[in-house]
Design a protein around this ligand. Sequence first.
Ligand code: UDP
Ligand code: UDP
Length: 483
Amino acid sequence: MSFSSDSSQVPHVALFPSAGMGHLTPLLRFAALLLRRHHCRLTLITANPTVSLAESRLISRFLSSFPAVSHVQFDLLPLDSSTVATDDPFWLQFEATRRSLADLVAPLLSSLSPPLSALVLDISLITPVGSIADSLSLPCYVLYISTARMLSLFTYFPKILASGFSDASLKIPGLVSPIARSSLPSMMFNPTSLFANIFLTDAPKLRRLHGVLINTFDGFEADSELEALVTEGKVADGGPYFPPLFSVGPFPPCKFEFEPDPESNPSAASAVSKWLDEQPEGSVVYVSFGSRTALPREQMREVGKGLILSGHKFLWVVKDKKVDKEEEEGNIDEVVGKELMEKLKEKGLVVKKWVDQGEILGHKAVGGFVSHCGPNSLVESAWHGVKILAWPQHGDQRVAAEVVRECGLGMWVESWGWLGGDHDPTAAVKGEEIGERIREMMGSEKLSLKAASIREKARKADEVGGSRDKVFERLVHEWKNKK
Ligand code: UDP
Ligand code: UDP
């Protein structure tokens, strides 16, 4: 790249991820780009213990692939869960991390050597770490793990809450189309929930940051939406002040994520790619609801029926528990139902374990993705040009499904319910309808063409010297000059 190899000129950046693979993975992919293409020195700061095994394994693989990275772990203080309005283990970890860091972070950051040039944080750490960064005069950036659309909502949340959510659609300055009120997670409507509370406390603190980094690129989210956030450091039309936005995506899945884990069974890992190798090009529907979403069993059985009725081959990743440490091995028949499982085996592959999603989406046999719309899954699908049938389940996923529909990467059946939303959580979407919609998605030439064109744009942004490198160069320049 364009800067000198003089080590005094190498910026030293500390990276602070938060809980869950959806937060850790993008930060480590960002780190890999900084190391490989932009020659930075990095310190990774993580909470001990992690919530899931997937996280601790990924951290180990990352560190063995990049031995020059320093790793600092801090122990989490015990959290009295009666003081926190959530039972979600990942959200409890967010809160435990926020509280544990309050006293720890200043001595921890000051002890790092050589002195830091900048900090890059998960959004959930803006309160405990952001203010310390201020007092240490350290430039501080957030790596926002969701879509620019969700970021607009986050920025605007205090205003929206104050207005009482009276409109069915929320008009946010700069957004081409409004966000549907029904796309907001129910927790947001409850001002005492942890989710709403974090949003209320944190949104006004965005102004303190030197920038917000986001895993997106031109051609994925509407350019004008990004511009509205990025231009001149403020949202248009009298919106809240906003720090500069850096489109640092797309983050390609990295090699270190795929290195076989000595603890897992290597022959089991290769069974998926072996099976995919035997399927015709574009014939397989891949079905996954991400790293932390377990569908109710009744709904899972309807998904199984739908897959059979779709008439397509499928690769379905079943998840029965939110946290992988609690998954029981070998009970797939019990989860899906023995009889249904026998039928499923004739038409596709059903697994209940961690899979290499990057590799699956990149396999030529895969022609479509039934996805919960976790923001990382969306960018991975865009990266590989795989069209999507969106089935958001919670959190930011309906807002992400709006992005899928708008950019044309996929289709979304808005009436399908989500976990803990306004819809009746006991009303499972029926297999007949699931099968029909899968046929519609898989048969759509229009979606295939659009997905292929989005992939082209993602690859273009990724080229050496391309738009993403330019954004990184801007960042590295700032860090060297510590503006
Ligand atoms: N993932 C994977 N294998 C799995 C489940 C998930 O590789 O079996 C990865 C997926 O590729 C993505 C991340 O885990 O990078 C999940 O993040 P996302 O934002 O898609 O959804 P979340 O899991 O946070 O709901
Ligand atoms: N989020 C946020 N501030 C926070 C924590 C989370 O803006 O302090 C956003 C996060 O980026 C995502 C959404 O809230 O857009 C949902 O968070 P998460 O993915 O952890 O929850 P999930 O969707 O998995 O329930």
